[in-house]
Design a protein around this ligand. Structure first.
Ligand SMILES: Nc1ncnc2c1ncn2[C@@H]1O[C@H](COP(=O)(O)OP(=O)(O)O)[C@@H](O)[C@H]1O
Ligand code: SF4
Ligand SMILES: [Mg+2]
Length: 452
């Protein structure tokens, strides 16, 4: 009928009844097929299926939740302190404080408790390392603190305070990120706290050039800059991370893995943030590129003075970069200490196991034991200490009671282990002399390469 209509010039002749009804039928058929396609996708695509389930799960668990796209919902949090309050941890140079922080995926009985009751304080200008096996909750902790975690992630408890002292026109004072609205989060994210993720290829837009992506970023956050000033600033940023400014004309697929990661770091630095969160930024790269990028990054940190939360599973890498290291297992922080102390004198069996996974480059040859077994199911954690099924020193008490993260002998380090409470003899492996305690409790400078 449509063909006949067109053949007889029905549109120009105004004979709508010839083309409109079949045209509408074709449009309806197309829409119906598209909806069927979306329905099948929602059923078979686990990511989409999860979104639907989590909303239903929330209703089933009796939770009423208002969600805003791009902002992780908060179910429970501590009472917000007044604006301009002093850091609740008592650390005067704190820039980011996380207290009693818990994050779940999903609701009710089906919930995965990915982060439980974590406390972290990042000091201004400091590098804080966050280490742990894959699946221990490092990425969840970092993304949820900025409320960047996608559905079905939900914050169930805690407090995240950002003590802002902006270089430019950013917001100043203490900002409670868990009660911040979209506008406040927008003003903080990227400008004051930026994130570099493991896969730069996924983070960069593949269909526009690197220069256009810098331009978008600067246009949104620095509207006062002209086009040529934005281009010049983008070139300077690439130059800062050791890339030629010509690369602004390249598409992400035309860059090597190392270049893409450098471009991401340059973008993260574009607005001179106070905090950078680096989530396994060099894990996918070869060791030579990894070392080059890390050296550049640390040089930039010294020059620009930002604080960094550096997430990795590689403890030997962290000891070269971090001032302090926190070790995470099954969503909990189980040890926190100055980097050199943790590396040379671990107090937690899990940290000892992690360190034993990397062969030393120098010294005697020793058998590598690693950690037996695999990380627990976060929906159904073992009773007591979550590490007890894999721990060589587990005691009956470990199966019944979970040890709290507590200061060790009044020092600046903390550990959650029943072996370290003074009630039982400590194995020699977990009682090595602490190099930092010997040098008056301050982190010892670890020379690059000394750990490998
Ligand atoms: N969308 C999700 N739904 C359910 N569980 C998830 C989801 N994303 C991550 N998890 C679980 O949360 C835990 C922590 O994951 P993640 O934070 O990515 O760990 P890490 O960064 O330490 O490797 C893992 O056990 C993972 O299986
Ligand atoms: S509390 Fe017990 S099981 Fe847990 S790490 Fe210490 S010794 Fe091992
Ligand atoms: Mg991760």
């Amino acid at each position: 009928m449509l063909r006949e209509g067109f053949a007889n010039n029905a549109i120009r002749g105004g004979w709508w009844w010839w083309w409109a009804p079949p045209g509408i039928c074709v449009a309806l058929l197309g829409t119906g097929l598209a909806l069927l396609n979306f329905g099948i996708d929602e059923f078979i695509n686990p990511r989409l299926r999860n979104v639907g389930l989590s909303q239903r799960g929330a209703r089933k668990a009796g939770i009423s939740l208002s969600t805003t796209l791009g902002i992780t919902p908060v179910l429970g949090r501590r009472q917000a302190p007044p604006v301009g309050a002093t850091p609740t941890s008592g650390v005067t140079d704190a820039v980011l404080e996380i207290h009693g922080f818990s994050v779940d995926y999903g609701y009710g009985e089906e919930a995965v408790h990915a982060v439980a009751d974590c406390n972290l304080v990042l000091r201004r200008g400091q590098v804080l390392g966050l280490a742990g096996e894959s699946g221990s909750g490092k990425t969840t902790l970092a993304l949820a603190a900025l409320r960047l975690l996608r559905t079905p992630g939900v914050i169930t408890a805690g407090e995240v305070l950002f003590h802002s002292q902006p270089n430019g026109e950013g917001p100043a004072g203490t900002i409670d990120l868990l009660s911040a609205g979209p506008e406040q989060l927008r003003a903080v994210r990227w400008s004051e706290i930026s994130v570099v993720l493991q896969s730069a290829l996924n983070a960069l837009n593949p269909v526009i050039t690197v220069g256009a992506q810098f331009d978008d970023l600067l246009r949104a956050h620095r509207p006062q800059l002209s086009g040529s000033q934005r281009w010049q600033r983008s070139g300077e940023l690439l130059d800062m991370v050791g890339m030629n400014a010509d690369r602004l004309r390249s598409y992400p697929h035309e860059l090597s893995g190392g270049m893409r990661q450098r471009a991401m770091i340059a973008m993260a630095l574009a607005l001179e943030p106070q905090v950078m969160i680096l989530d396994e930024p060099t894990t996918a790269l070869d060791v030579v590129t990894q070392r080059e990028i890390l050296e550049e990054l640390m040089g930039l940190r010294d020059r620009l003075g930002f604080a960094a939360l550096f997430i990795t599973h590689d403890l030997s890498l962290l000891v070269e970069l971090a001032d302090e290291i926190a070790v995470m297992y099954a969503g909990r922080l189980l040890e926190r200490a100055p980097a050199a102390s943790l590396f040379h004198a671990p107090r937690l069996p899990y940290t000892h196991g992690l360190l034993n996974c990397f062969p030393p480059m120098h010294g005697r040859r020793l058998p590598m034991a690693g950690i037996p077994g695999s990380p627990p199911d976060l929906r159904d954690l073992p009773s007591g200490c979550p590490f007890h099924p894999r721990c060589a020193w587990a005691m009956p008490r470990c199966r019944q009671e979970a040890p709290p993260l507590a200061p060790l002998n009044g020092s600046s380090r903390e550990v959650a282990c029943w072996l370290q409470t003074g009630d039982v003899p400590v194995p020699a492996e977990l009682a090595r002399p602490d190099p930092v305690a010997r040098s008056s409790e301050r982190p010892a400078a670890v020379k690059p390469g000394s750990a490998l």
